[in-house]
Design a protein around this ligand. Structure first.
Ligand SMILES: NC(=O)c1ccc[n+]([C@@H]2O[C@H](COP(=O)([O-])OP(=O)(O)OC[C@H]3O[C@@H](n4cnc5c(N)ncnc54)[C@H](O)[C@@H]3O)[C@@H](O)[C@H]2O)c1
Ligand SMILES: [Zn+2]
Ligand SMILES: [Zn+2]
Length: 369
């Protein structure tokens, strides 16, 4: 069957793949559509080290083709979004509603595929850049058949991560303010998560000035072109400090309550921290190369309650959050169709990568016809 394999040197579109039959608790899915997330590109450029050969793709939706003997929650023909968390369901993290912290859900690579007859790894327990993939039952989350799979696939990573970072991790409240560094597939979902949460000022920040229109479409109230000077300073100027009630004097700093790094570069995370008001918190979502560090002025945190949080996969609980995203979409509050600005067959993977690097897409989607 066809798919995209990273062989340790380059990403290849191949038809030399096979996938195993589902085990008792596994589900085989015919992939219909898959979004290209920056994390796939990060495997190719070495930012995310991964053993080759590996079948890429982790943001997908499709139709259940076959189920193992013990599977009860889905059946052949069901439409599903693939969640990347192969969580165990029984550990303390899973039992307390934190499957993103399940030890079994990270680094549990297996080889359900063969590439040219040799074992090939799955990426993010998903590998949706293949005509068929095999996942754990817990990862196949049923959705209504009338939701277009070319839009639904994006829920599998970018939407859960971005909206979840706002609603589950930060728990942003109405009236709070935010800056979103990186207006890509993840950042746009942070922006619409902030809109849904009732944030009043939402500043999109990107080095590509043309992202302003998309940022505003998804809910940004302001935009800062990060290629034109100190982005943090301009965010603080846009969200100025309160005035002292008695004297009318400005407080010493302005800035936002929340700043989300959706790029994955230490300098961007530092900029996010520098854009915070007193009591503000930066959220690290972007994934830099392993070992990357950021320097922080500890006094700037300790004196005035600033903070820094990391966030994996929007702290998602997929069986709650995927149906929630579908509800928000069907009631017109979550933009999904508008995220898909490029749809191409699997064979045009290279073109989608080029368009992403050029900053010309919200999300590119691969199809399998
Ligand atoms: N923590 C998680 O669970 C998780 C999940 C998904 C993706 N990610 C990571 O999130 C990051 C973003 O992924 P994506 O798919 O949205 O990427 P993307 O390529 O769609 O978007 C990245 C955006 O950042 C912009 N950008 C680049 N450098 C910038 C800078 N210095 N300042 C401001 N903007 C800049 C680009 O122009 C682009 O618009 C990646 O590092 C990815 O690996 C993390
Ligand atoms: Zn992703
Ligand atoms: Zn667990």
């Amino acid at each position: 069957m066809r798919g995209i394999v990273f062989d340790g040197h380059e990403a290849l579109v191949t038809d030399a793949l096979e996938v195993q039959d589902p085990g008792p608790k596994e589900v085989q899915i015919r992939t219909v559509a898959a979004g290209v997330c920056h994390s796939d590109l990060s495997v190719i450029d070495g930012t995310i080290p991964f053993p080759p050969p590996v079948v890429l793709g982790h943001e997908g939706a499709g139709v259940v083709e076959a189920v193992g003997s013990e599977v009860r929650s889905v059946k052949p023909g069901d439409h599903v979004v693939v969640a990347t968390l192969a969580s165990c369901g029984t550990c303390r993290a899973c039992s307390t509603g934190h499957p993103t912290r399940c030890r079994r859900s990270l680094g549990n690579v297996s080889t359900p595929f063969t590439y040219e007859g040799r074992p090939a790894y799955n990426f993010a327990a998903a590998s949706v850049f293949a005509e068929r993939t095999v996942v754990q039952e817990v990862q196949a989350v049923r959705i209504p058949a009338d939701v277009p799979l070319t839009s639904a696939c994006l829920i599998g990573c970018g939407v859960l991560t971005g909206v979840g970072a706002v609603l589950n991790r930060a728990r942003v409240r109405p009236g709070e303010t935010a800056a979103v560094f990186g207006v890509g597939g993840v950042g746009l979902n942070v922006i619409q998560g902030l809109r849904i949460a009732g944030a009043t000022r939402i500043v999109g920040v990107d080095t590509v000035a043309a992202k302003e229109e998309l940022a505003r479409q998804f809910g940004a109230t302001d935009f800062v072109d990060a290629s034109a000077g100190d982005a943090a300073e301009r965010v603080r100027a846009l969200v100025p400090p309160d005035r002292d009630r008695a004297s009318g004097a400005l407080a010493p700093t302005g800035g936002v309550t929340w700043a989300f790094d959706c790029v994955g570069h230490p300098a961007v995370l530092r900029s996010a921290l520098d854009s915070l008001d007193w009591g503000g918190t930066a959220v690290a979502i972007g994934i830099p190369p392993r070992g990357a560090e950021v320097a922080v002025d500890v006094n700037a945190l300790a004196y005035v309650d600033r903070g820094l949080l990391g966030n994996r996969y929007g702290s998602a609980r997929p069986h709650h959050d995927i149906p929630l995203m579908v509800d928000l979409y069907q009631t017109g509050r979550l933009l999904l169709d508008e995220l898909v600005t490029l749809t191409r067959p699997l064979t045009a993977f290279g073109e989608v990568i080029d368009e992403m690097h050029a900053g010309r897409v919200a999300r590119g989607v691969l199809t399998f016809d």
